[in-house]
Ligand binder design. Sequence first.
Ligand SMILES: Nc1ncnc2c1ncn2[C@@H]1O[C@H](COP(=O)(O)OP(=O)(O)OP(=O)(O)O)[C@@H](O)[C@H]1O
Ligand SMILES: [Mg+2]
Length: 314
Amino acid sequence: MNNTAIAASGLRKSYGDKKVLDGIDLNIAAGSIFSLLGPNGAGKTTTVNVLTTLARPDDGTARIAGFDLATQAREVRASIGVTGQFAAVDDLLTGAENLRLMADLHRLRGAEATRVVTGLLERFDLEAAAGKPASTYSGGMRRKLDLAMTLVTRPRIVFLDEPTTGLDPRSRRTMWDIVRELTAEGVTIFLTTQYLEEADQLADHIAVLDQGRIVAEGTADELKRRVPGSHIRLRFTDLAELDAAAAVLPAGTRDDEALALNVPGDGGSKALRALLDRLADHSLEAADVSIHTPDLDDVFLALTGHATTEAEAQ
Ligand SMILES: Nc1ncnc2c1ncn2[C@@H]1O[C@H](COP(=O)(O)OP(=O)(O)OP(=O)(O)O)[C@@H](O)[C@H]1O
Ligand SMILES: [Mg+2]
């Protein structure tokens, strides 16, 4: 099980009579980026809390970095870093002091502590702000500092609960770059997000969480292929060609104005080749071919029957 960073089976958690996690299974490869995607209240933070020993599951088992969640909580905690949904930054301290406090808490001393703190300030581009109180930091700087604090112990598995919520596009990209750098060093990332684009951009594997259940899993492309709406768009040079193609491909929907035919398909190369072969058999050729796959918004809507918060907000 060396290649599995996080394995969970049948995790359940209720608060009162509200089922918040209703049987979560996970299998996350070491060194990968896993994204738990879901709207407000789906159970993302609860999942993070359970996997990081902050909340006890009512049922189910999990191994984190090979350690059993129930019986080896201390070893689990030593292997992970957690950046919560709400920053753990102390406003009264400067950036450097916040980092130093983390180093102290983890018994890093003297030159070693200084080296780690300086290295993190540099890496997160916070050197200029290092001596200023965190209360004067922007949202993006606080997020960076918060993550830097998580990395003081050099954890092999990092949990990031909505790391970019509320950040502007540029700060979001900076965060994404940092996450990618971490995985390049072999760190496993467990990321929650309500942003479909974020999961799409970053994650090797995505699980869609809705009301405490994982309703779909896969790569972004796999998820997109699961929903109807993928089609191959063929454009022709004149109406006669379009007429002929439409007769050969009766499943297609015509767009006479654009001289185009939209043929449902899964966007895979096999479907595309079959389609083009069929045209060629009738001596027809498209002037232009494009493949349209639905985005994760469509996926979410199709899987859960409701849009994500992000989709609603737009
Ligand atoms: N300590 C608690 N006591 C009671 N109910 C809770 C507790 N923690 C979470 N819940 C409930 O569990 C559900 C899931 O909450 P959770 O915080 O896991 O969602 P989330 O996916 O992280 O949402 P968000 O995107 O808003 O952060 C919500 O209905 C919430 O009210
Ligand atoms: Mg949350």
